[in-house]
Write a protein that binds this ligand. Structure first.
Ligand code: TXA
Ligand code: MG
Length: 324
């Protein structure tokens, strides 16, 4: 059994001790729950991949409490410093060149020579990281390819018995993963994954971003991007303007089509922030209804909508095939 601890002072102290001892601890961040392991401990990092069923080619984000601690492990240029000042702590991950002889487990970085660095804004995550006293590798705390968890219940639904502890800090405030920006090459800034910080907010600081696509012919920059992701078991039908009786409906905005009794509205007022907060819980609940298909209404493609539509497209790709 995975033990569930309240995210109070005693729970956080116990969780920090468990991380230092090489155990696996799920914890809340402002975006989604993470599955933490001490990033310098090969055995602990290996158990993260095992618990999630995650392919070894897909590297993990490394979490720090302070930017000064991150500098010992990753090289910051002017662009990284500017983004760190503007958005940290917060839902932005920077891919940076790894410092030589860094103590991070090579398993965690999939041997890429780069480090995904993140400073979460959630108070529980910050206290946990500070008390652990070392870098913490943490992917989202779900089975590989499945929907990210926004509550401790979601974590247990996927990982009960496979991890040691979950710190229960209640529902997370943002509900969608961090934005991932690749700064490891000079001359271009690549948006690998849209997320909690919008493209517009980032471009206001460092200028235009290049959007990565899985079809690019260059060497693979972020192996995780190639995988089907964030998917419920039920197939999705995107840009739906009507709903059939044997479908569930994922609605957005005030003009919801009639035709099914099974629906969730991400935001009846049409607010993308509210939609992000509700997205993964709504997908889990509609998936549990076991309909033939989930019809998804159109969502805005800009602002936070870029991350929402990215996740829904990934969830829809691949139909009923199991994730790799
Ligand atoms: O909000 C978040 O980012 C959450 C919380 C827990 O921090 N974490 C999260 O981790 O979403 P995960 O593993 O589910 O997604 C991380 C993504 C993956 O697509 C991975 O391939 C990419 O970031 N990534 C991590 N390190 C990388 C690196 N060195 N180079 C390129 N991509 C990297
Ligand atoms: Mg994930």
């Amino acid at each position: 059994m995975t033990r569930r601890l309240a995210a109070d002072a005693a729970g956080i102290a116990e969780a920090a001790g468990a991380l230092r001892a090489g155990r696996l601890v799920a914890f809340p961040t402002e975006t989604v729950y993470g599955l933490g392991a001490l990033a310098t401990d090969d055995g602990a990092v290996a158990r993260v991949f095992e618990a999630k069923g995650r392919p070894a080619i897909n590297p993990l984000i490394i979490h720090f409490a302070e930017v000064e601690a991150a500098r010992d492990f990753a090289a910051f240029d002017d662009r990284a410093d500017a983004l760190a000042r503007a958005f940290w702590p917060g839902p932005l991950t920077l891919i940076l060149p790894q410092q030589a002889n860094s103590a991070i487990s090579a398993l965690a970085t999939a041997g890429l020579g780069t480090l995904g660095v993140r400073l979460p804004a959630h108070g529980v995550a910050q206290t946990l990281l500070r008390q652990t006293g070392g870098p913490v590798a943490a992917p989202s705390a779900n089975r590989s390819g499945r929907v990210s968890p926004t509550t401790a219940e979601h974590v247990l639904a996927d990982l009960d018995d496979r991890i040691d502890l979950v710190l229960d800090g209640g529902p997370v405030p943002i509900g969608i993963e961090s934005t991932v920006i690749d700064l490891s090459r000079t001359g271009q800034i690549i948006l690998l994954r849209p997320g909690g910080v919008t493209r517009g907010e980032i471009e206001a600081v460092v200028g235009p971003l290049t959007r990565a696509t899985a079809e690019r012919s260059e060497p693979i920059r972020s192996p995780g991007l190639l995988l089907r992701h964030y998917a419920p078991r039920t197939p999705l039908r995107l840009n739906a303007t009507h709903v059939n009786a044997d479908e569930a409906l994922l609605a957005f905005g005030p003009h919801q089509p009639e035709g099914t009794r099974i629906w969730r509205n991400l935001s009846s007022g049409g607010d993308p922030q509210e939609a992000a907060y509700n997205l993964y819980r709504a997908l889990r609940e509609l998936d549990a209804a076991n309909t033939r298909c989930i019809a998804v209404m159109p969502l805005p493609e800009t602002g936070l909508g870029e991350a929402l539509t990215d996740r829904l497209r990934r969830a829809a790709a691949g139909g009923e095939e199991p994730p790799p």
